[in-house]
Structures are given as C-alpha cells and as structure tokens.
Ligand binder design. Sequence first.
Ligand SMILES: Nc1ncnc2c1ncn2[C@@H]1O[C@H](COP(=O)(O)OP(=O)(O)OP(=O)(O)O)[C@@H](O)[C@H]1O
Ligand SMILES: [Mg+2]
Length: 254
Amino acid sequence: MDKLNYKSYRIEAENICVDYHGKVALYDANLRLKAGQICGLVGMNGAGKTTFFNALTGFVNISKGKIRINGESLKIAQQDQAIAYVPQSEGIDCQFPVSVWDVVMMGRYGSMNILRSPRESDIQAVKDAIDRVDLMELSSIPIGNLSGGQRKRTFLARAIAQRASILLLDEPFAGVDIRTEKLISELFIQFKNEGKTILLSTHDMIHVREFCDLVLLINKTVVAYGETSEVFTPENITSTFGGMSPDVSFGPES
Ligand SMILES: Nc1ncnc2c1ncn2[C@@H]1O[C@H](COP(=O)(O)OP(=O)(O)OP(=O)(O)O)[C@@H](O)[C@H]1O
Ligand SMILES: [Mg+2]
C-alpha cells in the first residue's frame, strides 16, 4: 500500500488480534474508515465489540496486526487527542462529587497544561458540548443525581468537548429514551457533515439502516464489512448471530 493512500484513512486496523490471558477475543479483524464516514459495529454479546474499541484506543494491547490512526501510530494519535471515546460503561464512581460541567471539562484535560487551568477556549468548548446535548440547565448538577440517559449525554458531551476528529462510541443508545435517541442520532449526522469519523456499536438494527454508511458485522472476527446497503443483509446478520435471526424488519424489499 502506498503512503499516500495509507494517509487517507482516519482509522486503519489490519489483521488485529486481541487475547485475554491466552483466550482469543478478537482475531484477524480489519477496518478502514475515512473522514465523514459512520460505521456501525454489530454483533452479539461477547462478540468482541468493546475489545475492538479498546484495541483502537490502546486500552488493550493487540497481539498481532497493525493499527494506524491518521496514518500514524496509536502513540501519536493519543498525543494529538485524535480519538474521543465514549465507553459502554463510564468507569466513574457516580457518587463522586463532580458536576456535569466538571465531567465535560475532563474532555479538555488532554490539551491543557499540567495545572489544568481552563482557558477561554476550553470554557467555550465545554459550553458548546453541553449545549449540543441539551444539558445546559443541569450543568451544575452532580452526576450522581442524573438519570441514566442524562449521564449518557454527559459522557457524550465530554467526548464532543475534546473536539477530536474520530469518535468511538460503545453502545451510545443503550438505555436512552426516544427523545434522547433522536437527539443523539441527529448529532451523529451533524458530526458526519462536519467531517468526523464515527465508529459506534449498537444492538439496534434500525440505527444501522438509518445513518451508518458502513457496517462491520463481528463475531470474534469480521463476518462481513462494507457499505450498509450491500452488507447488512438478512443472511449476513443471521450468520453473525450464530444462526439466530434477531428481530429486525428489512422493509418491503426483503
Ligand atoms: N478484561 C477482560 N479479561 C478477560 N476477558 C475479557 C475481558 N474483556 C472481555 N473479555 C472477554 O472477551 C470476549 C469479548 O468481550 P467484549 O466485551 O469485547 O464483547 P462485546 O461484543 O462488547 O459484548 P457486549 O455486547 O456484551 O458488550 C468475551 O468473551 C469476554 O468475556
Ligand atoms: Mg461491549
């Protein structure tokens, strides 16, 4: 692959493998995403979706393969704050006395100095992010006092505040109501139009059809990957789910 072509991908994972204590969780997985693409990561529980995210962020080491972000190593991507990640579970003690504002400001830490004193630009980025998820009225509330859906929006705002070009979202729709679901879907389309690259996992097949340009079907390895219109077929979905067909409507053409 020539260098120029290589550089044109925001995310490039080549034959990556992850094992936990010798047990394979992900093998020979490939993914390539460009600017302005939304890709859905779909697979059953335990299929390796979170593992894939953790490999792309460097939270777990890959035992084989190669990951390039904007044509560079993960280390450089981390230094550049190129990836914002919204994990499946927040990994933060919700009784810890921090407000929505404080959590969203954490999205700015990577680009602050060691004293973490916010500049005007950090304050503006936090305001914008809180506004985009419609939480301004709750910005001073401790996160322990939020509902699950409000907390989800807070962590999404933290990622938005980072102003990264790549967004990784592990089950962003889990446990949110219809209004929040709509707000989040609309945000994803805005991010795409702003040229961001988005990889999101979901168990909701409707979302994949609605706004994912690409889909990666996963069952410890890539079962199928490509444009949603070509790859997201009942046959591929059934084989991804080990012969079970999840309850999903394919519309009049199927
Ligand atoms: N830290 C870990 N240590 C050991 N095994 C792990 C660890 N994390 C995940 N696994 C195992 O790796 C496999 C893939 O898990 P992963 O969390 O990536 O699945 P998933 O597709 O995200 O599932 P879900 O839909 O339930 O979130 C599972 O068999 C899981 O038990
Ligand atoms: Mg998971």
